[in-house]
Write a protein that binds this ligand. Sequence first.
Ligand code: ZN
Length: 136
Amino acid sequence: MAKGDFDRRVQEFMRGRNGPDDMTRVCTWVALALIVVYLFVPAWWLSVVALALIVYGWWRMLSRDVAARARENERFMGRLGPLRPWVSSPTGTLRERRSHKVLTCPRCGQRLRVPRGKGKVRVRCRRCGTTFEGRS
Ligand SMILES: [Zn+2]
């Protein structure tokens, strides 16, 4: 069987199915983390939880009810809060953290992005108009 043939079969099989999404990725990473923990702390329930997460992740990937899975994913991502960018794009977030810094407005708490390495900067909050200084 040629490689292209296999790829086409996989594509055909995955058509109309949910495929890997953010929630599936989190399930897989948490499962892998639990397996690593299990190597040091061999508690039986760790392996059961890890296996359940992997099975659940696969079930999500192969599910044909794409709309329901998308809703679950959206709700799940909403609950993640500040972790959200790390889950949806870890490398992008890392690059962003290297090039920019986030300052918080002392008056209203608005978060403002400034480029790193510019020393002391004066910024004007775009929400409340307060001007304040911060290190970039
Ligand atoms: Zn402000």
